[in-house]
Design a protein around this ligand. Structure first.
Ligand code: HEC
Ligand code: HEC
Length: 351
C-alpha cells in the first residue's frame, strides 16, 4: 500500500511540478507498480564511483537487461549471462563451484557475484579486463562459456525482430541496423550491470543510522572483522580491489600473473567483495570452499605458505588469522548482515 501511495505521489510531482511523468511514459491515472527505472545514484555510505561507463537511461538499461538474459548470444542459444549469474545469488552461480557453459563445458573459475561494478576497477579474478564497457565480450567469446563470435552475435542482433528498435531507443545515433555495433552492445551491458547496486543490507541501514539494530554477536563480529579482515576486505565495498595471495592451495591457475606475466603476481587473485556473501557460495576463485564456516576454518588453520603469500597472513611465523570459535561464529553472524534482500528480489533486475 505504501508503495502504491509513493508511486502515486511521484506521479503527481512528475505531472504537476516537472511536467513529465516520473513513472514511465504511459502513466496517467493508473500508475504502474514497481519496477520503474531509477537513475544510477551513489549510496550515502559509498565512496564516489571510480568508473567510467556512461549514465544508464531507462532504454539502455532495458536493452542491457534483455541482452543479459538472452541465450541467443551463445553459440547454440542455450546459455545466457543470467544462466551463470543468478539474481537470487547476487548474480553469482547458485551452488556451483565452477560454472558450465555451452555443451556442459567447464572452466576453472567460480562465477563471481555481479554487484556494485561501478566501483570496481578491474574485472575477473585476475583483473584481465579493465573497462566495464568491454567486459561482456570475454564471456561471449570464451570457448567454455558462450563460445560465440562477436561478429555472429551482431548478425543475429541485427536480424532479430526486437533488438534494432531497442538499440535505436537506447542510442540516438543508431538510425538503422548497420549502426548497431559491438561497442554499443558492450555499453548496453555495462549500463545494465552498473545499475546492479547492492547497498540496502541490514549492515547498511545500521551504518547509515536508519534505525537498524545489530545483535551483540553481529556487533562483536563486526569488531573482529574490522581488526582481522578489513585490511583487504576494506570499507563499505568490503574490498580494496587489490590482488593478493590469501594462501589457498595452489593449482595450475596462476591468477594475476596470467595477465601481467610478473612472477611477483603469481597466485594473487582480486580481493572479492563480501556483500551478499551468505548467498554467493561456494567460495574462492575456484569455488573450493563450500561454506562460510569452511572459509573461517581455512583462515584460522589452513593458510598455506605459497609464493607471494600476503604478509598479513604470515606474521611472526604464524600462518593465517588466529580466531577463537566464538570469533568465527560472530564473524559469520556479521557477514550475514551483508545480505541485501531488496537487491536479491528487486524486480527491476529480474528476467
Ligand atoms: C558459463 C558461465 C558464465 C556465463 C555464461 C557468463 N559468465 Fe560472467 N563470469 C563467469 C565466471 C566463471 C567468471 C569469472 C571468470 C574469471 O575470473 O576468469 C565471470 C566473471 C564475470 C564478471 C566479472 C565480475 C568480477 O567480480 O570481476 C562479470 C561482470 C561478468 N562475468 C558478466 C557476464 C556477462 C555480461 C555475461 C554475458 C555476456 C556473462 N558474464 C556470462 C561465468 C559466466
Ligand atoms: C591478506 C588479505 C586478506 C585478508 C586479511 C582476508 N582476506 Fe578474505 N580474501 C582475500 C582474497 C585475495 C580472496 C580471494 C582468494 C581466492 O579466490 O583464491 C578472499 C576471499 C574471501 C572469501 C570468499 C569470497 C568469495 O566471493 O568467494 C571470503 C568469504 C573471505 N575472504 C572472508 C574473509 C574473512 C572473514 C577474513 C578475516 C577473518 C578475511 N577474508 C581476511 C584476501 C584476504
Amino acid at each position: 500500500m505504501r508503495k502504491k501511495i509513493s508511486t502515486f505521489v511521484k506521479c503527481l510531482i512528475g505531472l504537476v511540478l516537472l511536467n513529465i511523468t516520473a513513472c514511465g511514459t504511459d502513466c496517467k491515472d493508473n500508475c504502474p507498480e514497481e519496477p520503474i527505472f531509477k537513475p544510477f545514484a551513489v549510496p550515502a555510505n559509498f565512496p564516489a564511483t571510480t568508473v567510467y561507463t556512461g549514465e544508464p537511461t531507462a532504454k539502455s538499461f532495458d536493452l542491457g537487461k534483455a541482452l543479459f538474459y538472452d541465450p541467443m548470444l551463445s553459440v547454440d542459444s542455450s546459455i545466457s549471462c543470467g544462466s551463470c549469474h543468478q539474481q537470487n545469488a547476487a548474480f553469482a552461480h547458485d551452488g556451483h563451484d565452477i560454472s558450465h557453459g555451452v555443451n556442459s563445458l567447464v572452466g576453472n573459475r567460480n562465477s563471481p557475484a555481479i554487484q556494485n561494478l561501478a566501483w570496481m576497477t578491474t574485472f575477473f579474478w585476475d583483473g584481465g579486463v579493465g573497462h566495464l564497457d568491454l567486459q561482456s565480450f570475454a564471456p561471449i567469446e570464451n570457448p567454455v562459456e558462450m563460445a560465440e563470435e562477436l561478429s555472429h552475435v551482431m548478425h543475429k542482433i541485427r536480424r532479430s525482430p526486437k533488438y534494432p528498435d531497442m538499440f535505436k531507443a537506447a542510442f540516438p545515433d543508431v538510425k538503422d541496423t548497420s549502426d548497431i555495433t559491438t561497442a554499443k552492445m558492450g555499453v548496453a551491458f555495462a549500463h545494465f550491470m552498473k545499475m546492479l547496486v547492492s547497498a540496502n543490507s541490514r549492515y547498511d541501514k545500521y551504518i547509515r543510522g536508519e534505525g537498524e539494530v545489530l545483535t551483540q554477536s553481529e556487533l562483536s563480529g563486526l569488531q573482529v572483522f574490522t581488526q582481522k579482515c578489513a585490511t583487504c576486505h576494506s570499507g563499505d565495498l568490503f574490498t580494496d580491489y587489490s590482488f593478493r595471495n590469501n594462501g589457498r592451495p595452489v593449482t595450475s591457475d596462476s591468477g594475476r600473473m596470467h595477465i601481467t606475466l610478473n612472477p611477483a603476481d603469481k597466485y594473487k587473485f582480486k580481493v572479492p567483495t563480501l556483500r551478499n556473501i551468505e548467498k554467493t557460495g561456494p567460495y574462492m576463485h575456484n569455488g573450493g570452499l563450500s561454506s562460510l564456516t569452511a572459509v573461517l576454518n581455512f583462515y584460522a588453520n589452513n593458510v598455506e605458505n605459497t609464493p607471494n603469500l600476503d604478509p598479513i597472513l604470515n606474521q611472526n611465523g604464524v600462518l593465517g588469522i588466529p580466531l577463537s570459535e566464538t570469533e568465527k561464529t560472530d564473524i559469520i553472524a556479521f557477514l550475514r548482515t551483508l545480505t541485501d534482500n531488496d537487491f536479491l528480489k528487486d524486480k527491476r533486475f529480474a528476467e
